[in-house]
Write a protein that binds this ligand. Structure first.
Ligand code: B3K
Ligand code: ZN
Length: 871
């Protein structure tokens, strides 16, 4: 190894901070070549700290240039403090004092996009988790909460808009063409919620009157060219504010709520107090440039960041091991919001698909960790599907166990008890227990135990007594560092159906033991169990259903989610059989059962169109891969393609009719019903194209050129580009490029469609596109559109036999390791799964990981993921 190993931080080593900062005053002088930051900290010893005369240890970063340091006005000399790469220590400090620190920083060259940096000429910040230490020396930990006052000074022409957290309290001009604004945030907050923006921005303004009658000014800022794409975000924000009042009784607390859209951003968005900063991809939306999926993402991310104002900001995390305290809870809140304002079943199907595909894979891989991890090297690596999505499932299970009223009482108690505090997931569970009187001791294991539990269900029928016995057995596979697993407390929502599909009984079973049998009496006949309704626990549930039973559930279950799941179970089972046939060199035949059930869904006019598109979508390649012991990427791809083709041909007329039925007149709207129609229509178009017949190409071309919205245009583009109509695909790509080359977000789609094209030649094309003038390797959205789309959404080409895909990714990781370690480490995911592939592929993937590990000056982000993957 060519570098020092980064330190591992453990939850068990947590200690309260030695000092508290009552007030933080900041003054930023922003300029093109450098930025000066003057920080005035009002410090006092923490009476609850472990030591009587503790040294003051501040976090820092090698990029900080320390210009001056003083205590109570006395300038310190170099002998008075010690500096390392990561810290600044002052050994002798009074009980209470004012520390003044002047630093010089360089946002203009900051490519890591952490701390203060520039995005397209505007200054902005990203401080969570540990970005504030790149701005000034500070106790950069979430349990140090301080009141901030921030003055921003910059050239008035270039940066007319100067923003920070809280309310603007003073503005003024200096004689040299600069101006300033001072912002005061009255709510104490940790440094990770600090934000600053300076730029020449346009704004959409509106207002919202809270339930208690306070008027809040709402402002969404973006570059002038994007001002016409902010209405959807504004409408979403108002909906979210109203929903949180209705469902959680939570009102907004400042006079102003701001969102700023920036193009260079490592993640989706950030909930800084009163000043959210968003990736443009999560805030801009207009019918012509934005797909339905992106419209819905804007709505849910705007809501998510808004909900953080209570679950995250008013009540924050004690330390970063508690990240799911705010993220799991807030994802649960935003999912319920989306379910309430759109289609509940569709939302659940989408979320569970993500969980079962990507989170289950994470839980079964080398980076598996509990919802509350107990150690990390680099916290940025723990903004994971486990912390977010599984964390939300854990909160959902508490909701199921307590019921809505007691859950609400628990949430009220949590917010009231901990307002203004930095707390733990345990405090959250305790509030739920205290409000409901329920004992959640065993339930807490969900926070500390990693891995996806298996639940095996089996039933036995006693006809004489009319008795059905349902036995559930649970076990959780070992994960890195956790060999022994204990039984979990899980709610299993269920229903029993009779052979005609009528519901006999329904409820929630509580599974707490390794094995438990539940007895149902007085039944008229052998029931068909519908288990884990609504996906009531994040587990893999198996039950030996017959084909007929699955058909029955697909047709009649009252639980929409389980209807969909019955179809998926049937398709997965048949496809796994076909994959075996393919590998054994046998011809692959579509089982008539699948054609019949697909036909019955397609022809059933009584079904909610919102569900039909989901019911008719074959399980994705990544989900199928999850079901295989060893992943044969090619077999999975070929079988899925062959099945699509055969379903396409067998049901051609039905696809066409459903396509026609789903075309709608009138202006585009992003409501759930219209979205469902477009989704069904485009699913049908995909099947029609899969027949390979020219007539359907003409239909797709017409849809492409006449579409008045991006959903239909993009669907036609990607379906044709990924189809056997190669020349037509090229023509469409050119047309799309010419039409949209000035819209950055639309061009991301253009890159992604090509990167995910499963036909041969994709890698060469991606390599060429990396030289395209619109590609910018400093912009994470572009990296995701091209590099991540190829490596994570194009399995057949990424896993090319010659290892070229692996080499390509490793080259990019090595390059990005220096410029943007957070993004580098995220892109790594597909390589970390090497143990799931056949031996030859394994060896090639592993050797690329080893090549990365040998690189000089590996960032902690990349080092942690690579070293754990190789362990
Ligand atoms: N809290 C931020 C995520 C910050 C990620 C830092 N690496 C966005 C969110 O989850 O709402
Ligand atoms: Zn969040």
């Amino acid at each position: 190894m060519s570098q020092q190993q980064p330190q591992t931080i453990y939850l068990k080593d947590y200690q309260v901070p030695s000092h508290l900062i009552a007030k933080t005053e900041l003054r930023f002088e922003l300029a093109e070549e450098e930025t000066l930051v003057r920080a005035t900290l009002h410090v006092r010893r923490n009476p609850e700290g472990a030591q009587a005369r503790p040294a003051l240890v501040l976090n820092g970063h090698p990029s900080l240039e320390l210009c001056r340091l003083s205590i109570d006005g006395q300038v310190l000399s170099e002998r008075d403090f010690q500096r390392t790469d990561e810290t600044l220590t002052i050994t002798q400090v009074p009980e209470e004092f004012t520390l003044e620190c002047l630093t010089r920083i360089h946002p203009e060259t900051n490519t890591a996009l952490e701390g203060l940096y520039k995005s397209d000429g505007m200054f902005c910040t990203q401080c969570e988790a540990e970005g504030f230490r790149r701005i000034t020396f500070y106790p950069d930990r979430p349990d140090v909460m301080s009141v901030f006052s921030t003055t921003v000074v910059a050239d008035k022409t270039r940066y007319p808009i100067l923003l920070s957290n809280g309310n603007p309290v003073e503005t003024g001009e200096e004689d040299d063409g600069r101006h300033f604004v001072t912002w005061d945030d009255p709510f104490p907050k940790p440094a990770y919620l600090f934000a600053l923006v300076a730029g020449d921005l346009a704004v959409l303004e509106d207002s919202y009157t809270t339930s208690s009658g306070r008027k809040v000014s709402l402002k969404i800022y973006a570059e002038r060219k994007d001002l016409d794409k902010l209405d959807h975000a504004m409408a979403s924000l108002k909906k979210a504010m109203h929903w949180d009042e209705q469902v959680y009784g939570r009102e907004y607390d400042l006079d102003i709520y701001m969102i700023v859209a920036v193009d260079f951003f490592n993640m989706g968005a950030m909930e800084n107090k009163g000043l959210n900063i968003f990736n443009t991809s999560c805030v801009l939306a207009s019918p012509k440039t934005t797909t339905d999926a992106a419209f819905q993402r804007v709505e849910s991310v705007v809501a998510h960041e808004y909900f953080h104002n209570w679950s995250g900001n008013r009540v924050t995390c004690r330390d970063w091991f508690q990240l799911s305290l705010k993220e799991g809870f807030t994802v649960f809140r935003d999912a319920e919001f989306s379910a309430d304002v759109n289609s509940r079943t569709v939302k659940r199907v989408e979320d569970v698909t993500l969980l079962r595909t990507a989170q289950f894979a994470e839980d079964g891989g080398p980076m598996a960790h509990p919802v509350r991890p107990d150690s990390y090297m680099e916290i940025s690596n723990f903004y994971t599907l486990t912390v977010y999505e599984k964390g939300a499932e854990v909160v959902r299970m508490i909701h199921s166990l307590l019921g809505p009223e007691q859950f609400r009482a628990g949430a009220d108690l949590y917010f009231q008890r901990h307002d203004g505090q930095a707390v733990t997931t345990d405090d959250f569970v305790k509030a739920m227990e205290d409000a409901s009187g329920r004992d959640l001791t065993q339930f807490r294991r969900w926070y500390s135990q990693a891995g996806t539990p298996n639940v095996e269900a089996s039933g036995s029928w006693d006809a004489e007594q009319g008795r059905y016995r349902l036995t559930l057995r649970q076990s959780t596979p070992a994960t890195p560092g956790q060999d022994e697993k204990l039984p979990l407390h899980m709610p299993i929502a269920y229903g029993l159906l009779d052979q005609q599909g009528r519901e006999l009984s329904a409820g929630v079973l509580e599974l707490t033991e390794s094995e438990q049998t539940f007895v149902f009496d007085n039944l008229p006949g052998h029931p068909v169990p519908s288990l884990l309704r609504g996906f009531s626990a994040p587990v893999k549930l198996s039950f030996d259903y017959s084909d007929e039973e699955l058909m029955l559930l697909l047709k009649s279950d009252t639980d929409g989610f389980n209807r969909w799941d019955a179809g998926q179970r049937m398709a997965v089972r048949l496809m796994l059989g076909m994959i075996d046939d393919y590998r054994a060199g046998r011809s692959i035949q579509v089982p008539s059962l699948l054609v019949e059930s697909w036909a019955s869904v397609l022809r059933d006019r009584s079904l909610d169109p919102a569900m039909v598109a989901h019911l008719l979508r074959l399980p994705g390649e990544a989900y199928l891969a999850e079901q295989c012991q060893t992943v044969d990427v090619e077999a999975i791809h070929e079988v899925r393609q062959a099945l699509r083709e055969q379903l396409a041909n067998a049901l051609k007329d039905d696809w066409l009719q459903a396509y026609k039925r789903s075309c709608q007149d009138g202006a585009y709207t992003p409501d759930a019903e219209s979205i469902a129609r477009r989704s069904l229509k485009n699913l049908c178009l995909g099947y029609l194209l899969a027949t390979g017949e020219d007539a359907w190409l003409a239909l797709a071309e017409e849809q492409f050129s006449r579409a008045d919205n991006m959903t239909d245009q993009h669907a036609a583009l990607s379906l044709v580009v990924h189809s056997s109509f190669r020349e037509a695909g090229e023509r469409m790509l050119d047309a799309f490029h010419n039409q949209w080359q000035h819209e950055a977000l639309v061009m991301n789609q253009w890159f992604a469609v090509q990167a995910s094209d499963p036909w041969p030649g994709a890698l060469e094309r991606v390599q060429r596109l990396a030289e395209h003038p619109l590609f910018d390797e400093r912009n994470p959205n572009k990296l995701r559109a091209l590099i991540a789309a190829f490596c994570a959404q194009n399995p057949v080409r990424f896993h090319a036999e010659d290892g070229s895909g692996y080499r390509f990714l490793a080259d990019w990781i090595i390059k990005l390791n220096t410029s943007n370690p957070q993004v580098a480490s995220r892109l790594l995911t597909p390589l970390t799964r090497w143990k799931r592939y056949p031996d030859a592929a394994q060896a090639k993937m592993k050797s690329e990981l080893e090549r990365i590990l040998a690189v000089d000056k590996l960032s902690p982000d990349v080092y942690e993921v690579v070293s754990k993957s190789l362990a």
